[in-house]
Design a protein around this ligand. Structure first.
Ligand SMILES: Nc1ncnc2c1ncn2[C@@H]1O[C@H](COP(=O)(O)OP(=O)(O)OP(=O)(O)O)[C@@H](O)[C@H]1O
Ligand SMILES: [Mg+2]
Length: 410
C-alpha cells in the first residue's frame, strides 16, 4: 500500500512547529518523517498580531520539516488558539419520520444541525460541533444511535466557537506562506488526541497544555469531553520574572529557566550559573537556588489558576485518571510534582505524543503534542463517537473522508 503524507502545523505564541508524517491506512499509526521548528514573535496569547513575522516562521518551519522528510506538502492541518474560543453545551432534537423508525446517518446529521442552530453574532463562527450524548426516546447514554429504532432523537452537543477576525488572520498567514488549509482544529482539542489514552478519558481525566502565553484545559468524563477552558497565562511569564529578577534578556532568562529552573526546591544541590546581563556584555553569576526563588511565586500562581479552573468546571470529583500535562511549559523540572503537592488527590503525569513510529524521538516531546495531535484528530474523526465532528460534514465512510486529508507521496 502506498504511503500518504500529512502535516500538522502548530502556530504557537513562541514558535511555529510543523510535523510531517506518513500514514499507511492499514496501520493507523503516524510514521514521523520530519519536524521543523521556528521561533515566532507574530502572536500574542495565541492570536496573530503580526502577519509578516508569522508568515516567515510558518514558511521556515514547514521548509525545515520538508527537508528532513524529503517531501513537499501542499496543505496543513492548523490549530486555532486564543481567549476568544469558547465551548458551550447545546441540545438538539428531531423526530424520526419514517414508519420503520430506524435511525439513519441523515437523522443524526439533522439532530446535530438542530443543535448548531444557535444565534451567533456575525463576528463569530462555529469551529467544532461535537456530539457528546444521544438520547433515543428519552433513553440517555446512547453513543451511536445509527441503526437503532426510535421515534424521537435528541443530542447534547459541545459547540466550540471563535471570533472570525483571528481565524481569518491565521488563514491569511497560511495562504500567504503558499500553503492550503485542510482543516482548522482548536488547540483545546488537539493535544488530547495524542497524549491521552482512551482508558484515561473513559475513567475521567484533565488535559492541561501549558504553552508560552496560554494554558488550555480539556476535561473528559466517561469518555466524553465535558469542559474546555483557557487561561491567559503561560511559561513565558516565568521567563519575564527571571529576566526582571536577574536583569538579563528574555532569551538568556529562557535558557536559564529551561536548563536550571525547578518547581520543587527541597533537596536541591546548589549549582553556580553564569549569564550575560541585559547589556549583552557584562558577566554575572547566580545559583539555581536563587533562580528557583524567583520563579516560585509565578509557578504557584500558575498552579492556583489551574486549580481554580478545575474547581469552576464542577468536574473535579470525576477525574480519577488525574491531570495529564503537555506543552513546552510542562517541561519545567519538578512541575508535575509541584502540581501533585498543591492540588492534592490528583495524579499528575507528563504527556508525550503516543502511537507514533519512524523518527518518533524527534516528535515525542510534550511541546509537540499539538502538532502531532492535529494529525491524530483527523485520524480519530470516525474512531471515537465523541470526535464525530461535523463542522465539515461528510456523508462518506472513514476512508472516503481520509482521502480528502492525505496527499499522495510516491
Ligand atoms: N525544558 C523546559 N523547561 C521549562 N520551560 C520550557 C522547557 N522547554 C520549553 N519551555 C517553555 O515552554 C514555552 C513554550 O511552550 P510551547 O511550545 O508549548 O508554547 P506555544 O505553543 O508556542 O505557545 P501557546 O500554546 O501559549 O500559544 C516557553 O515559555 C518555553 O520557555
Ligand atoms: Mg501551544
Amino acid at each position: 500500500m502506498r504511503e500518504k503524507v500529512i502535516c500538522g502545523l502548530d502556530v504557537g505564541s513562541s514558535k511555529v512547529c510543523a510535523v510531517i508524517a506518513g500514514f499507511l491506512p492499514a496501520e493507523k499509526q503516524l510514521n514521523i518523517l520530519g519536524v521543523g521548528e521556528e521561533r515566532c514573535s507574530g502572536l500574542k496569547h495565541g492570536v496573530v498580531v503580526n502577519i509578516e513575522n508569522t508568515c516567515r516562521a510558518i514558511s521556515q518551519a514547514v521548509e525545515k520539516a520538508e527537508q528532513e522528510a524529503e517531501v513537499k506538502v501542499k496543505d496543513v492541518i492548523v490549530n486555532i488558539n486564543g481567549h476568544h474560543i469558547e465551548g458551550h453545551m447545546h441540545q438538539g432534537a428531531t423526530k424520526i419520520p419514517r414508519a420503520d423508525r430506524e435511525i439513519t446517518s441523515e437523522d443524526i446529521e439533522r439532530v446535530i444541525n438542530s443543535a448548531r442552530a444557535v444565534p451567533l453574532s456575525s463576528d463569530r463562527q462555529i469551529i467544532h460541533a461535537i456530539p457528546l450524548d444521544f438520547k433515543v426516546d428519552n433513553q440517555a447514554g446512547v453513543e451511536n444511535p445509527a441503526g437503532m429504532e426510535g421515534s424521537h432523537l435528541e443530542v447534547d452537543v459541545m459547540l466550540i466557537t471563535g471570533d472570525c477576525a483571528p481565524m481569518n488572520n491565521l488563514d491569511k498567514c497560511i495562504t500567504r506562506s503558499g500553503l492550503g488549509i485542510k482543516r482548522t482544529v482548536s488547540t483545546l482539542l488537539a493535544p488530547t488526541c495524542t497524549v491521552v489514552a482512551s482508558e484515561e478519558k473513559e475513567l475521567g481525566c484533565i488535559l492541561v497544555d501549558i504553552g508560552a502565553q496560554t494554558i488550555n484545559m480539556a476535561i473528559f468524563v466517561g469518555g466524553a469531553l465535558k469542559y474546555i477552558g483557557e487561561i491567559d497565562m503561560g511559561s513565558d511569564y516565568i521567563t519575564y520574572d527571571l529576566a526582571y529578577g536577574l536583569k538579563t534578556s528574555f532569551n538568556e532568562a529562557k535558557r536559564i529557566k529551561e536548563d536550571f529552573g525547578c518547581a520543587v526546591t527541597d533537596n536541591i544541590l546548589e549549582t553556580e550559573i553564569k549569564y550575560v546581563g541585559v547589556d549583552g556584555q557584562s558577566s554575572h553569576k547566580t545559583t539555581n537556588k536563587e533562580v528557583n526563588k524567583i520563579i516560585e511565586p509565578r509557578v504557584d500562581d500558575i498552579i492556583d489558576l489551574i486549580a481554580e479552573e478545575i474547581a469552576s468546571s464542577g468536574h473535579q470529583q470525576m477525574v480519577p485518571s488525574g491531570i495529564i500535562l503537555s506543552g513546552g511549559g510542562s517541561e519545567l523540572k519538578g512541575l508535575d510534582e509541584a502540581i501533585r503537592r498543591k492540588i492534592s488527590n490528583f495524579q499528575v503525569r507528563l504527556g508525550r505524543p503516543r502511537n507514533i513510529k519512524g523518527k518518533e524521538d524527534r516528535a515525542n516531546s510534550p511541546k509537540y503534542a499539538t502538532a502531532v495531535g492535529l494529525m491524530e484528530y483527523i485520524m480519530n474523526l470516525d474512531k471515537e463517537p465523541w470526535m464525530s465532528d461535523v463542522s465539515h460534514a461528510s456523508h462518506g465512510g472513514f476512508w472516503d473522508k481520509l482521502k480528502a486529508w492525505f496527499e499522495e507521496v510516491f
